[in-house]
Design a binder for this molecule. Structure first.
Ligand SMILES: Nc1ncnc2c1ncn2[C@@H]1O[C@H](COP(=O)(O)OP(=O)(O)OP(=O)(O)O)[C@@H](O)[C@H]1O
Ligand SMILES: [Mg+2]
Length: 225
């Protein structure tokens, strides 16, 4: 099994849309690939990522993630699959405001029922601290996330996505709140972690400066007809 993402004649519409927002005939991403996805605002990038993560499911056609078809799974199995295999850095972060930095980063373990990814508390805290260091976040891990700057919150969201050592890492505009130097450092971390884990990386970004860092760049208009 070498394909991470496999799409064949897939269609997706939001409720009420008369023509499909997404209509993708043929698109593959191999395991271990790092891919940058580009496209103008509103063209459906975040929607496509939500399908890759099994947050939403396709209306027609085939979409396989790591060999599985989310559409055929029960919602509870889909959630577990996502929790175990996919690290998602959301465009809007989706941090839990009343929890601390450490609690947010380790949250995927709190909600997982899979004992194989349950680690002991100390080990988790250490791993969270290590990710904070790698992300150049010199913050008190016991602070609530609402007390952080937006750029700091974005990196906490990245740490949360990476802590489970996911097979597929999906990042939606992960550098939008970062200055150029931080964006560059962040991207380096993302590549390093991805390589270390042997994971597949899909990044959506408007930032043209990121292009040269990716071995493969795909434009939405090339795949979405
Ligand atoms: N939850 C939703 N319910 C209904 N329509 C939605 C929903 N989310 C997005 N859409 C619609 O789908 C289209 C694509 O939105 P999407 O968020 O995927 O775009 P995008 O390419 O990520 O844009 P941006 O670059 O601004 O983030 C838009 O027309 C939007 O109105
Ligand atoms: Mg978007």
């Amino acid at each position: 099994m070498t394909t991470a993402i496999e799409i064949n004649n897939m269609e997706y519409s939001w409720p009420g849309q008369s023509t499909p927002l997404l209509k993708i005939a043929d698109f593959q991403v191999e395991r271990g690939e790092s891919l940058l996805l580009q496209g103008k605002s509103g063209c459906g990038k975040t929607t496509l990522l939500s399908l890759l993560a099994g947050i939403n499911t396709v209306d027609r056609g085939e979409l396989k993630i790591l060999g599985k078809e989310p559409k055929t799974m029960k919602p509870v199995d889909r959630d577990r699959f996502r929790g175990d295999k996919i690290g998602f850095i959301f465009q809007q972060f989706n941090l839990i405001p009343y929890l601390t930095v450490t609690e947010n980063i380790t949250a995927p373990f709190l909600f997982s029922k899979d004992s194989s990814i349950k680690a002991d508390h100390k080990e988790l805290k250490d791993r969270a601290a290590e990710l904070l260091t790698h992300l150049d976040l010199k913050i008190d891990p016991e602070k609530r996330v609402t007390e952080l700057s937006i750029g700091q919150q974005q990196r906490v969201a990245a740490a949360r996505a990476l802590i489970t050592a996911p097979e597929l890492i999906i990042a939606d505009e992960p550098t939008s709140a970062l200055d150029d130097d931080s964006a560059d450092a962040f991207l380096k971390l993302l590549f390093r972690e991805t390589e270390k884990l042997g994971s597949t990386l899909v990044v959506v970004s408007h930032n043209r400066a990121l292009e040269s860092s990716f071995p493969r760049v795909v434009k939405m208009e090339e795949i979405n007809v």
